[in-house]
Design a protein around this ligand. Structure first.
Ligand SMILES: Nc1ncnc2c1ncn2[C@@H]1O[C@H](COP(=O)(O)OP(=O)(O)OP(=O)(O)O)[C@@H](O)[C@H]1O
Length: 304
């Protein structure tokens, strides 16, 4: 038995896995998690498992992970004392976990967004959720985490420049995450309209009802996403393909402007040919971070 805990910026999911199959799963709001130890005690009870693998939104420094949104720290060494019946307690970044899930995803869990001619090479995972996560998966299946979502946003045309100026005044540093995330949808919409009081779902609902500013927001979001994916295609030489993870992309598929995405993806001057080869897929599996944590847990606990 492997237990996984996926702590995202918005939702937290605990899952029990037997032979790679989820047999029990529960979801709560991350905002309601005030104490990780307490949460784990409630999830695990007195049960034992070969491995507990926690995938959480934040960078791992040394052996400890600090949750980006709440500042809480997770230390596996301390948890080992609380749960002595679990011999392996592992910790990784949630996006790193999505990287490990690629090995376990079938074609039915992937939606093709842009065609290409993939090779057995590096893959990039770019995840749009509460934040923007980026990681690299080597051809051998090793996952290298990054905090690439915090890379500078480079506006590509006058309209994007206007949005950049509004966000620069509001935030100071304008990272790609300020545009490519749930709050990013709100930020683009607000920069166009001045209305800051919406939630991301309201922006996409307005776009579904064909409201002009919301449609413009989706077109810009698609353009900026294409440009950032193209940049990571080059930075990682992602000849194995680019995989869009997170909760947002599968929900907004009908609203994504594929033409704008692909045009911006390919618009890299002399390296256009290289980018034409790289396919882009949307990961449809909502459990990808938990699935990847289970893959990682199984791999490491059989190795020790
Ligand atoms: N239909 C929708 N349209 C637009 N945004 C949405 C929609 N549904 C959810 N979101 C936004 O998606 C974000 C949550 O993303 P996700 O489901 O990937 O959660 P998470 O795993 O907790 O996030 P992360 O992995 O970034 O920490 C929130 O900002 C939420 O408002």
């Amino acid at each position: 038995m492997i237990i996984t805990l996926d702590i995202g910026g918005t939702k937290t999911q605990s899952t029990f896995w037997e032979n790679g199959v989820p047999v029990e799963t529960n979801r709560i709001d991350t905002g309601s998690v005030t104490d990780i130890k307490q949460l784990l005690s409630a999830v695990i009870g007195g049960r034992s498992a070969e491995c507990l693998c926690i995938a959480a939104a934040g960078p791992v420094r040394g052996s400890v992970l600090e949750l980006t949104n709440t500042g809480q720290c997770i230390d596996p060494l301390l948890l080992k004392k609380e749960f002595p019946q679990i011999p392996n307690i592992l910790l990784l970044n949630d996006l790193e976990a999505v990287g490990y899930s690629l090995a376990a995803l079938g074609a039915d869990n992937l939606h093709p967004l842009k065609p290409g001619r993939p090779q057995r090479g590096t893959k990039a995972v770019i995840s749009l959720g509460t934040g923007l996560g980026v990681c690299l998966v080597t051809a051998e299946g090793e996952v290298l985490p990054s905090e690439g979502g915090h890379m500078d946003f480079a506006p590509g045309n006058p309209q994007q420049q206007k949005i950049f100026s509004v966000l620069r005044k509001k935030y100071g540093h304008v990272s790609c995450e300020r545009l490519l995330s749930g709050q990013g949808l709100v930020n683009i919409y607000a920069a166009l309209t001045g209305a800051w009081n919406l939630c991301p779902q309201q922006v996409t609902e307005k776009a579904s009802r064909r409201e002009a500013a919301a449609l413009e927001t989706m077109a810009l979001f698609s353009q900026i996403l294409g440009a950032v994916c193209g940049s990571y295609g080059l930075i990682f030489l992602a000849s194995g393909g680019i995989y869009l993870g997170g909760g947002i992309a599968p929900k907004i598929l009908p609203l994504l402007d594929r033409t704008a995405f692909e045009r911006a993806f390919l618009d890299k001057g002399r390296l256009r040919d290289l980018l034409e080869e790289i396919p882009v897929h949307v990961i449809l599996d909502e459990m990808a971070p938990s699935r990847g944590a289970a893959v990682y847990g199984a791999k490491l606990s059989s190795a020790v």
